[in-house]
Design a protein around this ligand. Structure first.
Ligand SMILES: [Zn+2]
Length: 297
């Protein structure tokens, strides 16, 4: 397995893994650039299985425990999406008129963007979600895989390219960032929100401790996240395709963490977040949510 970013095959294994469909997917860290990915990667068929209809129903990781389906959650997040567009996107590109979303799901964010004055379109992998976006919002999304879809008609046309919780799911994230760059008009910005679990104090400590103890933690999810990013690895990857990169790193409030069960590990994570949350507010490091704003000059 060659690193998607630097091409190195040199790596070490991390003390976590997923178990799914009778196969083990281990975490590994590239020795050349620190990028974290799964080893092995799921096959094409396994990815299709992962994103079959139940992804947005009961299968979406993290939501099962709360008993809330994706659509209910997305409906409730409309105000947050509007706030994000007004507070993060608009000030960085006051003249922007158009927004293209990669991984548009059922179209909630795009529909909010339209209400905020953007001409919007996007692409979504799940045919079920594309059908729901049409039914619910009258949106006509492109249906396909952003890594391979023909986007020649869209190149250089968009002021904003947006993706939320996408980059960690891709097989070829550095290739998709170059595609996002190509979609932008000069002066356009690519805005992506992604998890930064490996920035957390809890994850850094747990990784060291588990390695020391020879423990290997089985994560309760399916292997949806093919990559995990830190502020450093995300910055390197965006800087290769874009001209200017800004990263806002924020920590979830302790009560807002995605704690999957009541084990001691998650209790420790919760307690560490009580320190981590104010620390990240002051330092801008250690946050588990990253917003990247990358510009094409
Ligand atoms: Zn690498």
């Amino acid at each position: 397995l060659k690193c998607n970013f630097c091409g190195s095959t040199d790596h070490r294994h991390l003390p976590f893994h997923y178990l799914w469909q009778g196969r083990r997917f281990s975490g590994r860290k590239c020795a050349g650039c620190d990028l974290i990915c799964l080893d092995p990667m799921p096959t094409d068929q396994q990815l299709i299985d992962l994103y079959s209809e139940d992804y947005f129903d009961s299968g979406l990781h993290g939501l099962d425990a709360a008993g809330v389906d994706y659509e209910t959650l997305a409906d409730a997040r409309r105000a947050a999406a509007r706030d994000f567009l007004q507070r993060v996107v608009r000030p960085r590109h006051p003249q922007a008129e158009s927004l293209f979303e990669i991984g548009a799901a059922m179209g909630h964010f795009l529909h909010t963007a339209q209400a905020e004055g953007f001409r919007g379109s996007g692409v979504e992998f799940s045919a079920a979600a594309v059908a729901r976006a049409r039914e619910k919002f009258g949106l006509e999304l492109l249906c396909g895989d952003i890594e391979t879809l023909d986007l020649s008609q869209q190149q250089g046309k968009w002021d904003v390219v947006y993706a939320g919780d996408l980059l960690e799911h891709l097989r070829n994230p550095s290739g998709v960032l170059q595609r996002a760059y190509d979609l932008l008009a000069p002066g356009g910005i690519c805005v992506m929100v992604l998890p930064g679990t490996y920035n957390l104090l809890a994850t850094r400590l747990a990784t060291r401790l588990f390695t020391l103890l020879g423990r290997n933690k089985q994560l309760p999810d399916k292997p949806y996240h093919l990559y995990e990013y830190t502020t450093a690895t995300a910055r390197r990857m965006f800087e290769r395709s874009f001209d200017e990169v800004e990263i806002i790193c924020e920590a979830s409030k302790p009560g807002g963490l995605n704690l999957k069960n009541r084990s001691a590990d998650y209790l420790a994570k919760y307690l560490l977040q009580i320190i981590n949350y104010p620390l990240t507010r002051v330092t801008g490091r250690f946050g588990d949510r990253m917003t990247v704003i990358a510009r094409k000059i």
